[in-house]
Structure formats: structure tokens, C-alpha cells
Design a protein around this ligand. Structure first.
Ligand code: FUC
Length: 746
């Protein structure tokens, strides 16, 4: 009892000391490494927090060049575009000499702070200039569909300066009253427009050429709206009406609300999603948290540098965990497009890898956290995109001789490695990416249990993809089935039966069988698919005890290639597990250890995948080391994962992987603390999700479970495992059960 009370006090302390905030003592100079992201799912921006000049670079997730791209050539597929910048040049404070707005930015010190609060999804910069303290607060509102920026000062009439709006494609900006706007049309016919509306209290706002002059205002509110004519509808060639009227409506509606009202609506919306999960796995030592500000400690970039040098900082790790959730909420909301390689943040018209949807690991990793980290709603834009692209994907598949069958018919669809948002595919075929997308469709059902969704959205696509594979699998002389001529990304030859492809098709067939059973549908086809699944060539153990990447035993134990494609069956798949297939699990661990942690193995997304793999293999300290590896080698000062350059998959992936360390449910049971590293002896997590419609809170101390609470949304059977013990909990839908470290009811 004393022990429990102690644990509770300790954990409560850890949670309250931990502010979910990134903060810095100087403005950002570098876009990808230092500026901070805001987003409402569709519309986002990167805020620099400048003093002499504030830069707010913004994006809308549908501003894409490219089209259906019939050649499949990656070069002609199009790219996600930069939209533009809102710039604020600071003017002279009354009676402060000739400050011109061109002065150097501060180099740190106690007159400046910029911070991103993850819990509030709000950026705030405060600085002192000419004896005046200025505060600029910004957020991207999902309910009101605009970016909101308020600029206040502690002296009346001190808000002066120039506001500019600049498009990234050479547009001409016009000032109309207190609004700036520009519009354009890309070569593919996509129309777009951005508008910034300024409302001042006191003083004056006056057009000045293509800019707005603020003179002696007490306070200024800037609302930014931007959008395109994109609609997710192939029948309309993805083109809807130009966005101008819609943007005017958004600004008019938002402009009628007070700042406090806009902020309250934004906060309620954000916290409804973000606030579902809390985590703490230790208190950071006060010396590391730092001074001079005890509330926020040392700036985040310095904390990261100290961590890189080998220091312990569990609060920083927890901040990174929550950053993944924050970013998904900020760039993946309905209605809107899913997270691309850079989420939705992009300052270039020719970004790395087109800032596209990469289907051989990256877009999937973007969504690994959605279900376990309690953001299932944020998974939906991925399904919406898949549905809106299926028709052109089918056409591209039918048109390619690669997929011609003896019967002359081509059923289903396949993907190349990359795709855009208007039916276009690029680069070489990644044949089993179709089946990997189906895993996401299935997992949403497995976690949430929505039968209507399964029946109307997931099942038809899963069935069609099974039909594709029914037509394309090749029988070996002994009757076993292989995926013909495919690639283990991005590694080795194109050939039959590579483990990656075999495992992903196995996963599709296995999940299809479960889906058909859940719906009581298509009994005969279900049995046929089950039979095909059981004939697939399965991963083999090779000559150095490794899990073979190819049917041919050619794996090189010195190979440090970044992809761990052949380990799909361990995670995110479930064909291999320590409990059911111990020999294969051992071989997977041999392969994973051999890949090492240096060279090409240091990428944004390698650490998270390997972290989740080690967690599934029950090797807790190895999993913990992957968290440390990401923060040490592939994380930028603004906590963006770095490939390089920055790539959002690592942020999303590490959150998902850490979930696997605390909670697993892929085999039906709820397993508590399956991979708890020694470095995290005491902690508490709440709100993580398990398959079957469960939400779980777990507390542990000295490496041992102290208590857990399981809430059931659906009332489905619930078996909990911890260590060697199991307990069957009977929890009605909407009910909860609390258990202690021995899994006995509390
Ligand atoms: C895959 C990876 C690369 C990179 C690119 C965007 O092709 O192999 O490392 O992440 O996607």
C-alpha cells in the first residue's frame, strides 16, 4: 500500500512537471530545422518567430502539380507545392527613434521566447523591443478553417509595421481594404488562392501598394485562408470550382468571431483528439531541465544536444512521443488529404521525393500510430484518398503489360512506389503496396470494430485486392505460391518470392479471412483465400541463422541497408511472433541485429521500424536504444525527424513504436508492458488503444506493473497478459475494469 501511494505521488509529480512545450530563446533561421509547425489538417504553416521580420510560410495539402501521369515516369508525376508566405515587418514604436525593421534578430537572452504548445496547438512568440513587450500568438483552426494570428503589445499604440502576403509561384498580391490576396492556376488546371484579412484595434490599417501598413495599433488580428479547386473525385478530373468564394466565406465567418471565441473553439477541437493520451516515464533531473525558467527549463534545442551527448531526459522523450501525435492531428483531418512525406509542411516547389506518398514504407509508417495512439479519426483521410484514386489506379494497372493475365482480364489495382493526389503513379511498381494499404483498412476495423465501415469501405477493397493476387500469384512446381518478379525495397534483384512480398500478401489474405468471418460474408471465397494463404511460400531461416530476405539464401551479414522489408511479418504484420513461431522470431532478431545501427541504417524511419520490431520480439532494451538512436542521430532542433532532409515518417513512426513497447494486441490478447526497457523503470500511460475496442491505462514502478485499467467500447472478450500471467476480464460495452500488478481485480 505504502509502495502504491508512493508510486502514485511520484507519477502525478512527473506528469505535472512535464509541460508539453517546445521552446527556444532565439528566432528560427532555418525552415526545416528550426521553424515550428501548425496545421488544421489541411491548412498549415511554419512559424519562424522573427522580431524584425516574422515569416509564416503556409501550405494547403492539395496544392499539387501533376495529373494521371499515364507513363508512370516519376519525373512527370508532379510534386506538392509551396503556397507562400505571410511576412510581418516590425515598425517603429512611438518615440523609439528610427527603428526600420531591418535590424538583426536577437541572439538569445531573457527578452525573447518562442514556444509551441502541443496541448494547445498554439505558437507564441514574446519579445521586448524599444521598451515594449510584443506577443504574437498563432494557431490553425480546424473548426474555423483559417490560420489565426494575434499581435499584442504592453503599450497602447505600439503595434506598427508592414504586412505582406507572397505567393510562391510569382503571383501578384493585391490589397483590398484591409485584406491581401493572390490567386493563380497551375499548369494542370488547379486553381488556388490565398487571402489574409487584418483587423486592428486602435490605430490604422492602410493599403500600401501590395502590402498593408499598420500604424499605431493597440492590437491586430490576422486571419489567413488558403485553398485550391481540388476535389477528391476522378469523375471530375479532381477539379471543383475555384476556391475564391469559399475562402471569402471562411474569412467572413471567422471574422465575425472574437479572438477568444476562435481560440476556445480551436482548443476544444484540438484537445478532443490530442488530450486522449497522456504519458510519463520518468522525471528529468532539474539540472537537465535547466534554468533560468523553472517552468519550462532549458530550451528544447539545448535539451536535445544534451541528450545527444548521452544524457538522460525522459521528459524530452515523452515530448517526442506526443510530437508524433500532435503532427498527425495537425496534418491529417477529414475532410483533407493524408500526411505526405513532409506531413503537409513544404517550402519548395521541387521538394525532396516530390513530398509525395511513398508506398514502400513511408506513408504506411505515417499511419502506424493512428490506431494505438488513439487518433483513429486521423486515419480516415488515408482511406478517403485510396478510395478517390482507385479508378485511375485500376486503369494504370490494366494498361501495363506487367499485369496482363492469360485470361485477358485484369482485376484489381497495383501501385508504383510513389503516387500523387490526382490518379498519377510514379517510379517502379511496388506490387504488394496494394496489400499493405489494405492492412491499414483492416487495422481501423480491428481497433475500432465499426462493422458498417468494414462492410462498405474496407472489405470491398480488401476483396478486390485478394482477387488481384489470385490472378497474379505464380505456382512453383511443388504447388506453393509466390509473388512473381518483385523487389525487396530498395534492395537486391527483382525476382520471385521475395520475403517482403510473400509476407504482405499473407497478411492481406489472413486479414481478409478475418474480415469475411466478421461480416459472415462470401464463405466460399473466404475458404479459397484461406487456402491460397496456406500455400504461400513462407519466410525461411538461412545459413547464418537469419530470416532470409529472398528465397535464395544470399543475405550478407555485413549489410547495413536501411530497409528491413523482410521483417514485415514481425511488424507491422503478425505472421511471425515469439509465442507462435519462436524459431522464425529468433531468425528475425538475428537479421535485425545484423543490420546494425550505423551508416545507411541511420534514417528518419529506420529507428522507429526497428524499435517496433524489437518491441514485438520482446527485446525491450534494444527497443529503447532505437528511441535514443532517433533522437541522437536523426532529429532536428525543432523535433522534426531527419532523413535527411526532414521527413515526417520518423516522427509518426516513433510514437507508434513506443506504443508497442507499452501495449500489444496483435494476437488477440492485450499484453501489458511487453517491452519495457530498464531505462524507463517507473511511469504511467493512459488512453492507449488495443484491438477489440479497448482503451488502456498502465502504471508501473521499478520495472513492474502496478495497476492497469481497461475500458471497453464494444464489450468484446478481453484477455489480459502480463509476464507469465493471464486474466479474463468481463467488461460490458462502455464499462471499465481495474486490475493490480497480479492481474487481480482492484
Ligand atoms: C524510400 C526510402 C528512402 C526515402 C524515400 C522517401 O524510398 O528508401 O530512404 O525515405 O522513401
Amino acid at each position: 500500500m505504502t509502495r502504491l501511494v508512493y508510486a502514485t505521488v511520484l507519477l502525478a509529480g512527473a506528469a505535472s512537471a512535464q509541460e508539453l512545450k517546445l521552446w527556444y530563446d532565439k528566432p528560427a533561421r532555418n525552415w526545416s530545422a528550426e521553424a515550428l509547425p501548425l496545421g488544421n489538417g489541411r491548412l498549415g504553416c511554419m512559424v519562424f518567430g522573427g522580431v524584425a521580420r516574422e515569416r509564416i510560410q503556409f501550405n494547403d495539402d492539395s496544392l499539387w502539380t501533376g495529373d494521371e501521369n499515364p507513363t508512370g515516369d516519376y519525373k512527370s508525376m508532379g510534386a506538392y507545392q509551396n503556397f507562400g508566405d505571410l511576412l510581418i515587418d516590425l515598425g517603429r514604436a512611438p518615440g523609439a527613434g528610427d527603428g526600420s525593421g531591418t535590424e538583426a534578430e536577437p541572439r538569445g537572452g531573457d527578452g525573447y521566447e518562442r514556444a509551441l504548445s502541443l496541448a494547445e496547438a498554439e505558437h507564441r512568440v514574446t519579445f521586448r523591443k524599444d521598451g515594449v513587450t510584443h506577443t504574437r500568438t498563432a494557431f490553425a483552426s480546424h473548426p474555423d478553417e483559417v490560420i489565426v494570428l494575434r499581435w499584442t503589445a504592453d503599450r497602447a499604440g505600439a503595434v506598427s509595421g508592414v504586412i505582406k502576403l507572397q505567393g510562391a509561384h510569382g503571383e501578384t498580391t493585391k490589397a483590398e481594404g484591409a485584406t491581401l490576396g493572390f490567386a493563380g492556376t497551375l499548369k494542370n488546371g488547379l486553381a488556388y488562392e490565398a487571402r489574409a484579412q487584418v483587423v486592428a484595434k486602435g490605430g490604422a490599417v492602410e493599403p500600401d501598394g501590395s502590402a498593408l501598413q499598420l500604424r499605431g495599433c493597440d492590437e491586430v488580428l490576422i486571419l489567413i485562408a488558403a485553398g485550391t479547386s481540388y476535389v477528391p473525385d476522378y469523375g471530375k478530373k479532381y477539379q471543383g470550382p475555384p476556391p475564391g468564394e469559399r475562402l471569402r466565406g471562411q474569412l467572413e465567418a471567422a471574422g465575425k468571431r472574437s479572438y477568444d471565441d476562435l481560440r476556445a473553439r480551436h482548443l476544444a477541437d484540438h484537445q478532443k483528439l490530442f488530450g486522449r493520451v497522456a504519458v510519463a516515464w520518468g522525471e528529468t533531473a532539474p539540472a537537465v531541465r535547466g534554468s533560468p525558467l523553472p517552468a519550462t527549463g532549458a530550451p528544447t534545442d539545448r535539451r536535445l544536444a544534451a541528450y545527444r551527448a548521452g544524457g538522460a531526459d525522459p521528459e524530452l522523450e515523452a515530448l517526442v512521443f506526443q510530437m508524433g501525435r500532435y503532427l498527425l492531428v495537425s496534418c491529417s483531418r477529414r475532410p483533407g488529404l493524408p500526411a505526405n512525406l513532409q506531413g503537409l509542411w513544404n517550402d519548395s516547389n521541387s521538394p525532396p521525393w516530390h513530398s509525395d506518398y511513398h508506398a514502400n514504407i513511408n506513408v504506411q509508417m505515417n499511419y502506424w500510430l493512428a490506431e494505438p495512439a488513439n487518433l483513429a479519426d486521423c486515419h480516415l483521410p488515408l482511406f478517403d484518398l485510396i478510395q478517390s484514386q482507385l479508378e485511375p489506379w485500376r486503369k494504370a494497372t490494366q494498361a501495363d503489360k506487367e499485369f496482363r493475365t492469360a485470361s485477358g482480364r485484369t482485376r484489381g489495382w497495383a501501385l508504383r512506389t510513389s503516387h500523387n493526389i490526382s490518379g498519377g503513379l510514379g517510379w517502379k511498381w511496388d506490387k504488394t503496396a496494394n496489400a499493405w494499404y489494405c492492412l491499414h483498412l483492416w487495422e481501423h476495423y480491428a481497433f475500432g470494430g465499426d462493422k458498417e465501415y468494414l462492410k462498405t469501405v474496407a472489405y470491398p477493397i480488401m476483396k478486390e485486392t485478394c482477387e488481384f493476387w489470385e490472378d497474379h500469384l505464380k505456382a512453383l512446381p511443388d504447388g506453393r505460391l509466390v509473388v512473381p518478379k518483385a523487389w525487396s525495397p530498395e534492395h537486391g534483384p527483382d525476382e520471385d518470392g521475395v520475403s517482403y512480398s510473400q509476407e504482405i500478401v499473407w497478411d492481406l489474405f489472413n486479414n481478409y479471412v478475418a474480415a469475411a468471418d466478421a461480416l459472415g460474408a462470401d464463405k466460399a471465397y473466404r475458404d479459397q483465400v484461406a487456402a491460397m494463404r496456406d500455400k504461400l511460400v513462407t519466410p525461411k531461416i538461412g545459413k547464418w541463422g537469419q530470416l532470409q530476405e529472398w528465397m535464395v539464401d544470399r543475405d550478407d551479414p555485413k549489410d547495413q541497408h536501411r530497409h528491413t522489408s523482410h521483417l514485415f511479418a514481425v511488424y507491422p504484420g503478425r505472421q511471425i511472433s515469439v509465442a507462435r513461431t519462436p524459431e522464425l522470431a529468433k531468425a528475425a532478431a538475428v537479421s535485425l541485429a545484423a543490420r546494425g545501427e550505423a551508416g545507411d541504417s541511420r534514417r528518419s524511419w529506420t529507428w522507429p521500424w526497428r524499435c517496433a520490431l524489437w518491441a514485438r520480439l520482446g527485446q525491450a532494451d534494444d527497443a529503447g536504444r532505437m528511441v535514443r538512436g532517433l533522437l541522437t542521430y536523426n532529429m532536428l532542433p525543432n523535433l522534426f525527424a531527419n532523413h535527411p532532409p526532414f521527413q515526417m515518417d520518423g516522427n509518426f513512426g516513433i510514437t507508434a513504436a513506443i506504443c508497442e513497447m507499452f501495449l500489444q494486441s496483435q494476437d488477440g490478447d492485450i499484453v501489458l508492458l511487453p517491452a519495457l526497457p530498464k531505462a524507463w523503470p517507473t511511469g504511467r500511460v493512459s488512453g492507449l488503444c488495443a484491438r477489440g475496442g479497448f482503451e488502456v491505462d498502465i502504471a508501473w514502478q521499478d520495472g513492474k506493473l502496478v495497476e492497469a485499467t481497461v475500458r471497453s467500447r464494444l464489450g468484446s472478450p478481453c484477455k489480459v497478459r502480463y509476464g507469465g500471467k493471464t486474466a479474463d476480464l468481463k467488461i460490458p460495452a462502455g464499462g471499465a475494469a481495474a486490475i493490480n500488478g497480479d492481474l487481480a481485480a482492484k
